[in-house]
Design a binder for this molecule. Structure first.
Ligand code: MRU
Length: 343
């Protein structure tokens, strides 16, 4: 399986996505041709990962605009896409950005291109955090499949691998939907990163036995005080890392920071269907009708985060100051534009 796994493709007005639910067993692209199909792709996690959802939704809005002449109907359809999942702020950010643009498709293409450049900068900025051969625990999936670029947290490990630092990835399987086992392990293999898969509950013993040098995860939304929403189980890891004096890092683009929220208490947390917990691959693993608590994300308090790796650099505490500084930085598109006019 060596072909490129682009999670989102757009050509000749046609929006396609890789159905990530089928990985690693099958590579299947589907076409999203209307609002129902765009929303379903996001809500079902066929397209997933905060930045990737933003890129896909941006193209989706361009498709909807070309289909819908009536402004009110278009606005209603765009709102459905914007709210297809509640936690990742990149979704609303990308939809708002294309809606404010004169040329929706041009803006969607710009968001996609910028994501590659942002991910490359995150990778470059993050590699200084790890010594050669570092054993780095990661959770969920934050590679190219999750960003439509080069990845955030896993992107840092991929950049470290390219730089000859030979990191060893410790991959949490990430119940209930196994993004770690299915997607991260696959992306490690494709990037040539040595990796070890473990069940989420093995993190404590792995740390206690000295098998983990650092933790790096992605984010779905970060508040002004550094509180970070990410895949369920991330908060557990942060507590374990603090207990074992292991640095806990978060890698995310500026578009994942929600500068309107003072703390993580205000971040909406998606709760998903009980069947995701009671069945694996369609086979029941709990008695029928079991009562289930299935939050898709949790919130790690900012004081447990040693640093945030962003495209603008590495942010350290106190986050009230460093995140406010990030808010004041020029947009990445402005920086790219300045750079290209200088060249
Ligand atoms: O439910 P998912 O698979 O969309 O959750 C994804 C995560 O939690 C990622 O860590 C996060 O979106 C960052 S992706 C670079």
């Amino acid at each position: 399986m060596s072909e490129a796994l682009d999670p989102v493709r757009f050509a000749d007005g046609v929006l396609q996505y890789l159905d990530q639910r089928l990985l690693p067993a099958e590579i299947r692209y589907e076409t999203a041709q209307n609002c129902d199909e765009i929303v379903a792709a996001i809500a079902s996690l066929a397209v997933r990962g905060a930045p990737c959802i933003g890129v896909f939704a941006a193209y989706g809005i361009a498709v909807l605009r070309s289909l819908e002449r009536d402004d009110d109907a278009f606005a209603a359809a765009a709102m459905r896409v914007r709210t297809a999942r509640p936690t990742a702020v990149n979704l609303a950010w990308a939809v708002d950005r294309v809606l404010a643009a004169e040329d929706i498709l041009a803006e969607a293409l710009a968001i996609h291109a910028e994501q590659r450049s942002i991910d490359a900068a995150i990778g470059e900025n993050g590699i200084a955090l790890f010594a050669k051969g570092a054993r780095v625990l990661t959770h969920c999936n934050t590679g190219p499949l999750a960003t439509a670029g080069y990845g955030t947290a896993l992107g840092v490990l991929i950049a470290a691998q390219r730089a000859g630092l030979a990191p060893h990835a410790i991959v949490d399987e990430t119940r209930p939907l196994l993004q770690g086992a299915r997607l991260t392990y696959l992306e490690c293999r494709r990037a040539g990163i040595e990796a070890t898969l473990q069940v989420d509950a093995a993190a404590a013993i792995a740390m206690a036995r000295g098998r983990v040098d650092a933790v790096i995860v992605g984010a779905d939304r970060i508040a002004c005080n550094g509180d970070t929403a990410n895949k369920i189980g991330t908060y557990n890891l942060a507590i374990l890392a603090a207990h074992h004096h292991i640095p806990f890092y978060v890698a995310a683009p500026r578009s994942t920071f929600d500068f309107t929220l003072a703390s993580g208490a205000e971040i909406p947390i998606e709760e998903r269907a009980p069947e995701e917990v009671t069945a694996i691959g369609g086979r029941l693993v709990a008695p029928e009708g079991a009562a289930v608590f299935n939050p898709a994300f949790d919130v790690t308090p900012g004081h447990l985060v040693a640093a945030f790796v962003t495209e603008y650099g590495v942010l350290r505490p106190p986050y009230a100051e460093s995140i406010a500084g990030l808010a004041g930085r020029p947009q990445w598109s402005t920086l790219l534009h300045r750079e290209s006019s200088r060249a």
